[in-house]
Design a protein around this ligand. Structure first.
Ligand SMILES: [Ca+2]
Ligand SMILES: [Ca+2]
Ligand SMILES: [Ca+2]
Length: 213
């Protein structure tokens, strides 16, 4: 019989993610935005493997802009993209805010941990990430890059229940639409054990079961 320990749920969630991180079990294609390979420090694409442009002018991938670091690999996404690419200069009123989607088949009763890394653009105050899963907002976060001279990645995890159908993930920018802000890297969706087992672990101390010392 397994021994049971009361552990904070957040620790269990983190453990589940990190335990599985070494295996190539990510259901998201190109979640680290390493394709297409950027020639130079950034570029604008109509499409990239795995992702569909839902709204906005194009998909902007960055690679070592200003010496900044990716969270994973060499490249990341700037969700407030660009209208005319690296060859074009800034146009008055230029817009950049984009949203990207990816569809994933999920299984009924299976739980998944969605994890991604979000950073403000260094020096830019207004960065605003919104993530929807099947048209429901599951992440809505802002961050300021004022005072930073490198990316300041924070990892966010959300537990999702599968529904047996094709599910849609949308990551989007809600910052001021000005071509600057809202970096994303390392999007992962990984099957994890049902939270019922986690709930059981958490509830055990409340049922009056004594713990040995
Ligand atoms: Ca990456
Ligand atoms: Ca941009
Ligand atoms: Ca912006």
């Amino acid at each position: 019989m397994k021994s049971v320990h009361a552990v904070p749920a957040i620790f269990i969630a983190a453990l589940s993610t990190s335990t599985l991180a070494g295996i190539d079990d990510n259901l998201i294609v190109n979640g680290s935005f390493e394709e297409h390979i950027v020639n130079g420090s950034w570029n604008l694409f109509e499409d990239i493997p795995g992702w569909t442009l839902e709204s906005g002018p194009g998909i902007e991938l960055q690679r070592g802009v200003a010496g900044w670091d990716a969270y994973d690999g060499e490249q990341w996404l700037e969700l407030d993209a660009d209208q005319n690419g690296p060859g074009g200069s800034y146009m008055h009123g230029e817009i950049g805010s984009t949203s990207l989607s990816q569809e994933v088949q999920t299984a009924v009763g299976q739980y998944y941990m969605l994890t991604l890394s979000f950073s403000a653009r260094p020096g830019v105050e207004d960065n605003h990430l919104v993530v929807d899963w099947n048209h429901e907002t599951i992440i809505d976060l802002t961050a300021s890059g004022i005072g930073y001279n490198n990316n300041n990645w924070q990892e966010i995890s959300v537990l999702i229940e599968g529904n047996g159908m094709t599910s849609k993930l949308v990551i989007g920018d809600a910052s001021v639409d000005d071509t600057l802000g809202t970096f994303v890297d390392a999007v992962r969706l990984v099957a994890v054990p049902a939270p019922a087992s986690l709930g059981l672990i958490l509830l055990l101390p409340l049922t009056g079961r004594r713990r040995r010392r």
